[in-house]
Design a protein around this ligand. Structure first.
Ligand SMILES: Cc1cc2nc3c(=O)[nH]c(=O)nc-3n(C[C@H](O)[C@H](O)[C@H](O)COP(=O)(O)OP(=O)(O)OC[C@H]3O[C@@H](n4cnc5c(N)ncnc54)[C@H](O)[C@@H]3O)c2cc1C
Length: 382
């Protein structure tokens, strides 16, 4: 497929070596990871050795100081080879650590970034609570100032990388008297801090090796050094970073749709019925043509947004459009591709079966389809 993103030779070299690594060293273990429900820590470290985690981090903190296109390559190839279950990798690399890079002090960056680059420390972002998902302003977790620290109480749920996370960027209220937009703050809470515990991995219908979990904070004391940026600015920080988070999720969803269609075209060529290949039947050709058209539209949109995001433009409206449309398109494609597989599509040994179940989460996390539409309508002045 033709791309309008200005990839250069360095990005293609990175892509080739990452592809080789994922294909040879990760793909053979996917079934084992699905059974155990987690991507083992040693593979995080191997990804770190590949320079694949947080490639954008400045050299002084152990990174390569690479541009955003390295992150694009990472998200695309992880989605292509490891599927939706591995969403925790781009989440760590391009959704969580950017909070520390943008709002952390030099000391905080020196403390946490190098180990995130090597994969020795895995990160998570904890916003959602049992009583507050789409309505982020309604979170109830609090951090109360106490001497040289804060005491955190509350519960978070559905946290990606939850069971393995060493660093959690946590959204809490530091002031419940003012509006949530002024009373929210972000903290980095480290694994092992007394009062911070994590549940077993939550049982989900899909993305089997993503270790999504609940987190509990009971009189969990952290030092003021764990406050990220300024007290009371948490809501603004979250809003600032959601553009990139939603862009990365959309990029992954786009690649998933492309991969499922490629796989299905191959299947349709090899499957014979009524004495001819399934691919030669007009219904198949029309369905494939429709899906290819939608995928091309998604690709055109996402590539444009990657370029605009790199220029630092405000693309919140367009990214919200991409997030809901591409993730819904992925679900349409997965469903139609499963149909073209007939009964085999319902058998777990066929990739399309897993792809169909896994795709379902994409319209939910990182802001639901409905929340994206609310943002678009609001920004249109409605
Ligand atoms: C696998 C997985 C991983 C996740 N990872 C993380 C993570 O790492 N960190 C994190 O903080 N969160 C994470 N989440 C949480 C995710 O972001 C939330 O599930 C999502 O934001 C929706 O919130 P909710 O589940 O509370 O649904 P609700 O907010 O209760 O929404 C219920 C329904 O109401 C709709 N709705 C919402 N507002 C309106 C409205 N105004 N009008 C009409 N309908 C509306 C929603 O679209 C949805 O269909 C994850 C979720 C999943 C499933």
């Amino acid at each position: 497929m033709k791309r309008s993103v200005p990839f250069e030779q360095e990005h293609e070299i990175f892509r080739d070596s990452l592809k080789r690594f994922l294909e040879n060293e990760c793909v053979p273990h996917l079934e084992k990871w699905c059974d155990s429900g987690v991507m083992p820590r040693e593979y995080w470290k191997k990804l770190g050795e590949q320079g694949a985690l947080c490639p954008w981090v400045a050299e002084e903190y152990g990174g390569m100081g690479a541009d955003f296109l390295f992150s694009v390559v990472l998200a695309e190839e992880i989605a292509r080879y490891l599927g939706d279950s591995a969403v925790g990798v781009p989440l760590h690399s391009d959704m969580v650590m950017p909070y520390i890079a943008s709002y952390g002090s030099p000391e905080q960056k020196a403390q946490w970034m190098p180990a995130a680059v090597t994969g020795e420390k895995i990160s998570a972002v904890a916003m959602t609570e049992p009583g507050a998902g789409s309505d982020l302003a309604a979170i109830r977790a609090t951090a109360k100032r106490d001497g040289d620290g804060y005491v955190i109480n509350g519960q978070k749920t559905f946290i990606t990388n939850g069971t393995q996370a060493d660093l959690v960027v946590l959204a809490v209220k530091t002031d419940t008297e003012v509006s949530p937009h002024q009373g929210m703050s972000l903290f980095v809470v480290e694994r092992g801090t007394p009062g911070f515990t994590v549940s077993e991995k939550l049982e989900k219908i899909g993305i089997p090796f993503q270790d999504t979990a609940e987190m509990y904070f009971e009189d969990c004391r952290v030092h003021t050094d764990n406050l990220l940026g300024e007290e009371g600015k948490g809501f603004i920080y979250l809003m600032e970073k959601l553009q990139q988070e939603r862009l990365v999720v959309s990029m992954s969803a786009q690649v998933r749709a492309e991969v499922i269609l490629e796989d299905t075209i191959e299947y349709c060529r090899s499957r014979e019925l009524f004495g001819k290949p399934l691919s030669s039947m007009q219904n198949t050709q029309f369905k494939v043509a429709e899906m290819a058209t939608e995928i091309e539209l998604g690709r055109t949109m996402i590539d444009r947004l990657i370029v605009e995001h790199m220029k630092g433009e405000d693309i919140v409206t367009e990214v919200s459009m991409a997030k809901w449309w591409i993730t819904e398109m992925l679900n349409r494609v997965a469903n139609q591709c499963l149909q073209l597989h007939g009964g085999y599509g319902y058998m777990v040994e066929y990739p399309v079966a897993r792809a169909w179940v896994d795709a379902r989460v994409q319209t939910l996390y990182a802001g639901t389809t409905e929340v994206m539409k609310m943002i678009i309508a609001k920004r249109m002045g409605l």
